[in-house]
Design a protein around this ligand. Sequence first.
Ligand SMILES: C[S@@+](CC[C@H](N)C(=O)[O-])C[C@H]1O[C@@H](n2cnc3c(N)ncnc32)[C@H](O)[C@@H]1O
Length: 396
Amino acid sequence: MPGDSNDEIRTSLEQHLKAWGLRRFTSDRDYFAWQQRTFSRNDLDALHRAVETRRQGGSAADQAFYDLTAQPSLIPALYSQRYDYYLEVGSRISAVLDPDQPILDAGCGIGILTTFYAAQHPTCWVIGIDRSSASIDQARRRAKELGLDNVRFECYDLEKDALPERYPAVIATHVLFQSERDLGVPSRSWATFDRDSDPLTQEAFEARTGIGPRLDRLSVALAPGGRAILFEKARLLSRRIPFQRALAARGLFPLLRPEPIRYASVEEITEDGPLYILSRGPASFLWDEQPEPDEGAQLDLSAIMQARGTDEAPLYENHWPSAQVAWAQLPARQVVREVTRDEADGRQLHVEQGLSGDLMYLYVANTFDQRQLVVVEAARRGMLEQYYREIVGENS
Ligand SMILES: C[S@@+](CC[C@H](N)C(=O)[O-])C[C@H]1O[C@@H](n2cnc3c(N)ncnc32)[C@H](O)[C@@H]1O
């Protein structure tokens, strides 16, 4: 209900997920045991085939996958895997919805979150659209069972069909990126996180991930002064930057600070999002194209000196983007050997072994934002020389 605190929203959402037959699992063993009990051999075979075909790409395979997973007998055990996702994302979105405005949920799937928004905001009209007709049938059936009369579901393909109306709130969660595997756009070189503003690269990214045509439709469906609420797998900087540029090109800017979200998929922790709340301006926040603050330790030379000789561990280790700052701060850096080369997957890799006073370091950087700095005493250089050979493939 409007005005509910976050705890109240989460409690209502948990009840809602229960009504859909979903359960929360924290152990893979228990979760898969439930799947085994629930699914027949035929179900499992059909699911494996659909996952495999979908992995090869294409809209038809994606649609067939969602048509299959909309079968009522599969829903509880399949969608329970996303229990925490629904809880984290659904509660945050519900909290920012305006109680009196129509809402479009684009790519609503079987309507688990759409029906929650409708139940929480009974004075709103909620419209869910999806290109999977089986998902839409299922969503309609469930909305009826839940007694909701303020929600409607329609079969639309965001890439092909023009949406007939404009909405003050447009939601799309895990919908816009066709491909989960696309690494995105590499940085200009291994030495920077910056991306050139190259229209051809951007256009190619938007076309192959599908976000270009989908965002075009969504942005047309957004009423003047409306808000777009988007949550995609755009946590990698190489996906986040071109995604944000695609939003900016359509005049969309953050009203609230984009929020990265962490949730469990049973035992696996997923770093996802960020959650974007956007409008056509004026912008409250500028787009941020830098890596997120990370957990890498700052380079502290006095601590390094004190730690010398105390154990076998490196004196300093940083596997985060902040390793780039630490590497740049190494005093009297002197390169002993280095390699920079283009890898088969399109990334540029740089591997550098060098000296900083009487310390030895290994620095690895690539154009998909991975960084690694390891510092040891020069007397233990063998360890780094071995790493260097392994990374550049001299041992093979
Ligand atoms: C991962 S599910 C997400 C469902 C829901 N939004 C959620 O957050 O749980 C992706 C959904 O997007 C739908 N979808 C993908 N491409 C679409 C398109 N071009 N037009 C309409 N729906 C699409 C799929 O059919 C599927 O139901």
